[in-house]
Design a binder for this molecule. Structure first.
Ligand code: NAI
Length: 491
């Protein structure tokens, strides 16, 4: 930790492959390409130094190059150890005009299959700006809140003058975060204090990261303003639902190639992501069972024709169990001991604490076999569970409990990421150029911008929008140009 490198990716030789994929993705990302055109002259992000922590995929490459096209300087890391597409990372470093020998693009610190130590090292690297001695980024673009967490915790521990010692029972990753900051503290005693002071704000991509931001703000600990990108309608009601509808099955198929039709699939959580999962699995012909803690979402699931049950009551029927809750300890070791032989278990929520992997590893006599990277067979010895004798059997765990659509496949397709990332770009512009409108707190984008993002994508799918007449608009009490719904409308 401590030295800024120009980049660290798997292999710059992959850049050409990555560039071809980026070129095709651009065709599918009309929102981002329209923003490039609109802001080409005004360069609203000139002067922005953006530290990005978001899955380093082909789609993210188009986002990064859009930020650059609008004037920003960017450094990037992935927000998950398994989610990088190495060819996309290489292409971003090389840039559209560079070569592997003479890279001209953006410093990226990401490769598929990082260790936790490497992951937090990469996250630190995006905060080091060699061209601005002493200065860090002035913006964060975050997904899941890890970059934001590092700045907040780093600063807190600097103010204390020491990094706390890990406690018995702390998750492995927490120990790595403590160690990452500790290793750096003596050499750079005010690094995170300085970085925090230089930040205008963060734009956050996902549900889990947004929860963290509201919690920080409620505790009075938020250090800079934030825009909640997730709760733009054109983000959470598209990416979380339709993106997952595509990439969940993609991940399961690439990992296992097991037929989904005719099987029983349990989806834990029926929020936006769970709704996409359930629809996709049903679309493949599975019988889907939903678990929920929220009566509204549970009732919604029944109206869609899904059985709603508790996991412990149905786990022994399941061929697939998918977690999509953003909660922890949803699938326990005890649940996994009751699964059928060769049942597939995976998580599509942001963090890896939904499935108790540590508990699985602690089952006496359990054995782990790597089928291929990010696909593991866990063999459980013959034992007795709740008085029922069970023979030796195995279960298949995807991406070690980390989000399987990015670990086992390549995440969401471009078109839906264009809606998410158009919101990200607009949020970066808002926060960077109009700081007075966004005081300390967590904000959502104005509905005009949300509607604008949708508008940018209509033509590509051949949709012709009906226009209100003046009289109709007056009758509804809205402006002809929108916004068309009150803020409390739920879509
Ligand atoms: P959400 O809040 O809309 O849905 C989560 C649902 O899980 C809620 O309805 C909640 O009541 C339910 N839930 C919570 N604890 C539960 C438990 N113990 N058992 C059963 N149900 C429970 O959140 P959303 O947007 O659906 O996101 C879910 C997770 O997926 C988050 O971690 C989010 O960051 C992540 N995400 C992942 C994506 C991916 O590509 N893998 C894309 C978008 C979001």
């Amino acid at each position: 930790t401590g030295t800024a490198l120009p980049h660290k990716v798997r292999d710059l030789g992959l850049a050409e492959q990555g560039r071809h994929q980026i070129r095709l993705a651009e065709h599918e990302m009309p929102g981002l390409m329209a923003l490039r055109e609109r802001f080409a002259d005004s360069q609203p992000l000139a002067g922005a130094r953006i530290a990005g922590s978001l899955h380093m995929t082909v789609q993210t490459a188009v986002l990064i190059e859009t930020l650059v096209a609008l004037g920003a300087q960017v450094r990037w890391a992935s927000c998950n150890i398994f989610s990088t597409q190495d060819e996309a990372a290489a292409a971003v470093v090389v840039g559209p005009t560079g070569t592997p020998e003479d890279p001209q693009g953006v410093p990226v610190f990401a490769w598929k299959g990082e260790t936790l130590e490497e992951y937090w090292w990469c996250t630190t690297q995006i905060m080091l700006w060699p061209d601005h001695a002493g200065a860090g980024p002035n913006m964060i673009l975050d997904d899941g809140g890890d970059a934001t967490l590092l700045v907040h915790k780093g600063r807190e521990w600097e103010q204390l003058g020491a990094v706390p010692s890990p406690q018995e029972g702390d998750p492995e990753e927490w120990k790595v975060i403590l160690e990452t900051v500790r290793a750096d503290l003596a050499a750079h005693p005010t690094r995170w204090t300085d970085v925090a002071a230089g930040l205008r704000g963060v734009t956050e991509e996902t549900t889990t990261g947004v929860h963290r931001l509201y919690q920080l703000h409620e505790a009075g600990q938020l250090l800079f303003p934030a825009i909640n990108v997730n709760d733009s309608v054109t983000k959470s009601k598209f990416d979380n639902v339709y993106g997952v509808r595509h990439s969940l099955v993609d991940g399961i198929n690439r990992a296992t190639d097991v037929l989904i039709g005719g099987k029983v699939a349990v989806v834990c959580g029926f929020g936006d992501v769970g709704k996409g999962c359930a629809e996709a699995l049903r679309g493949q012909g599975a019988r889907v069972i939903v678990t929920e803690i929220d009566p509204i979402c549970a009732l919604q699931a029944t109206m869609q024709g899904y059985q709603v049950a508790r996991l412990e009551d149905v786990v022994d029927q399941a061929d697939f169990v998918v977690t999509a809750t953003g909660c922890k300890d949803v699938v326990t070791a005890d649940h996994m001991r009751r699964l059928k032989d060769k049942a597939v278990v995976g998580n599509i929520g942001h963090f890896d604490n939904e499935i108790d992997m540590a508990g699985l590893a602690r089952i006496p006599g359990v054995q782990r076999t790597e089928i291929k990277p990010q696909v593991h067979e866990w063999t459980l010895p013959a034992d007795s569970v709740d008085g029922v004798d069970r023979p030796e059997r195995s279960i298949i765990v995807l991406s070690e409990g980390r989000l399987l659509n990015l670990g086992n496949a390549t995440g969401h397709p471009s078109f839906v990421m264009s809606t998410s990332f158009a919101n990200q770009v607009l949020a970066q512009i808002e926060l960077f150029t109009r700081p007075d409108d966004y005081p300390l707190g967590v904000h959502t984008l104005p509905k005009e911008l949300d509607e604008e993002v949708a508008r940018l994508h209509l033509e590509a799918v051949g949709a012709d929008l009906t226009e209100l007449s003046k009289e109709q608009a007056a009758y509804l009490g809205v402006d002809v140009a929108g916004p068309y719904k009150p803020d409390h409308y739920r879509y």
